[in-house]
Ligand binder design. Structure first.
Ligand code: 2HG
Ligand code: ZN
Length: 460
């Protein structure tokens, strides 16, 4: 590509151009999202280098795709053959751990779990726990405002970011936000970058809010026959317990993790759905309280059977029943939906979607699971063997349209935690008004007048 040699000279470093390697840097985990190997990959080592590269690309209108670990599920990190990919994987230093203020300053390429591990010895934790936390980067988590299993108690990534260092498309470096908790000084630019999926600027450093490490916890798995009753169970438990997770999965999801991962079923009784909840041992009587709530839910006929962890290793094993679903389903080339509606409307919404899929797409197997405590449902549609990938994909696109319409009716969101990227772009209008879309376009223009930052993502 024409710009590569010139950029190498300009930066004084070599870029990766071997298509076998660039192709692995040119896409995330999203199935069905288009990409082609980028013209080149820069493994950035300093903010100055990024600044020079962006100023160079801006002048020549070269598209730039920023990359963390590539764990995304919406094609937000996908590139094309004209682009420069800037990977942050080498910028993986924890710059500072400030225990007095429970803060950490990190380069964007630090892995989520590595930060959590590093701050443990100070009795602190980094709490947002996306399913990819073992390998996703904090920069990527911030750029997508990643969620996770424990958001019900701790919130999403944006609740834990205090400040960011961002390189703008012009090459200018700005600091947005403040390490202090309070700084009411007009417009909050930092939150514009959080969740903007690399379209406004390149996040190269973050100041992160830490917290005290969670206490030991117990996990319960409860068998529930009707989805609406899972919501009743959630309401009942969360009135009395400070839950750190409330997840759910269907019997079909359980069947698949049990038969493909060798996990054991939580108990013998089969039910249509399972709720998994977790709470910390924050007071002496908490286990008795949890057992009383369980019995209350059984008496009311909501819960059919259940188990409570007796050790940390049993808790871990129960968690695997939920955590391993996504990876287990890859073999069926699933079409993924990551959607949210208000908790009180979830049961009706789920029924409507089930009916829609059953009536119009009877060949599809639908697997439900998700972070029900946040109203976040993961709907994975599995590819029937008889369908080609293209046939399956085009049918799923129709399903997404219909789900989008339902989401608009239910005032839900077409993306809850995986972002919009390429895959959800066509459905964004179901969750955001035309006026909002226009305002977002104006903001994009203000930050990125030459339209080089992750072009083609989120909206046109
Ligand atoms: C999870 O909650 C992840 O397990 C992945 O967000 C969801 O693969 C999916 O659909
Ligand atoms: Zn999830």
């Amino acid at each position: 590509m024409s710009f590569v040699a010139e950029l190498e000279r300009h930066l004084g470093v070599s870029l990766i151009t071997d298509p076998d390697i660039t192709s692995t840097y040119s896409r995330d985990q999203a199935p069905f999202a288009s990409y082609s190997p980028a013209a080149a990959v820069l493994l950035a080592r300093t903010t100055e280098e990024i600044s020079k590269a962006l100023a160079f690309c801006s002048e020549r209108k070269i598209p730039v795709v920023t990359r963390g670990a590539g764990s995304g599920l919406s094609g937000g990190a996908n590139a094309d053959s004209k682009s420069l990919v800037i990977s942050l994987e080498k910028m993986n230093q924890i710059i500072e751990i400030d225990s007095a203020n429970q803060l950490a300053r990190v380069q964007a390429g630090v892995i989520n779990l590595d930060l959590d591990t590093a701050v443990k010895e100070f009795g602190m934790a980094y709490l947002p726990d996306p399913a990819s936390r073992d390998w996703s980067t904090l920069g990527g988590n911030v750029a997508t405002n990643a969620g996770g299993m424990c958001c019900v108690k701790y919130g999403v990534t944006s609740h834990h970011v205090r400040a960011l260092k961002v390189v703008l498309s012009s090459g200018e470096v700005i600091e947005v936000g403040k390490a202090t908790k309070k700084f009411v000084t007009t417009l909050d630019l930092m939150h514009l970058f959080i969740g903007s999926e690399g379209t406004l600027g390149l996040i190269c450093e973050a100041t992160i809010q830490l917290a005290r490490a969670p206490l030991e916890s117990s996990v319960m798995v409860l068998g529930v026959e009707n989805f609406a009753e899972i919501v009743d169970v959630l309401t009942c438990f969360s009135r009395d317990l400070d839950l750190s997770a409330f997840e759910f999965f269907s019997q079909q999801a359980l069947d698949k993790v049990v038969s493909h991962r060798g996990h054991t079923v939580p108990f013998k009784t089969e039910t249509a759905f399972y709720a998994l909840l977790e709470f910390e041992h924050s007071s002496p009587g908490i286990l008795d309280k949890a057992m009383a709530l369980f019995e209350h839910c059984v008496d009311l006929g909501w819960v059919v059977d259940g188990v409570i962890s007796q050790s940390q290793s049993q808790a871990k094993n129960l968690w695997k029943l939920r955590e391993d679903i996504s990876e287990t389903l890859w073999q069926w080339q699933p079409y993924k939906n990551d959607i949210s509606v208000r908790i009180s409307r979830m049961a009706d919404f789920l029924e409507d979607v089930d009916q829609l899929v059953m009536e119009q797409y009877p060949d599809f197997e639908v697997i439900w699971y998700g972070h029900i405590g946040d109203g976040n449902l993961h709907l994975n549609i599995l590819k029937p063997e008889a369908f080609s990938v293209d046939q399956f994909h085009s049918k799923c696109v129709n399903v997404s349209e219909e789900i989008g319409q339902l989401l608009a009716k239910y005032e839900g969101s077409v993306s809850a935690e995986h972002g919009v990227g390429l895959l959800k772009k066509d459905y964004l209008h179901y969750s955001r008004s035309a006026v909002e879309m226009d305002m977002m376009r104006s903001i994009k223009r203000a930050f990125d007048p030459n339209y080089i930052m992750n072009p083609g993502k989120l909206f046109d």
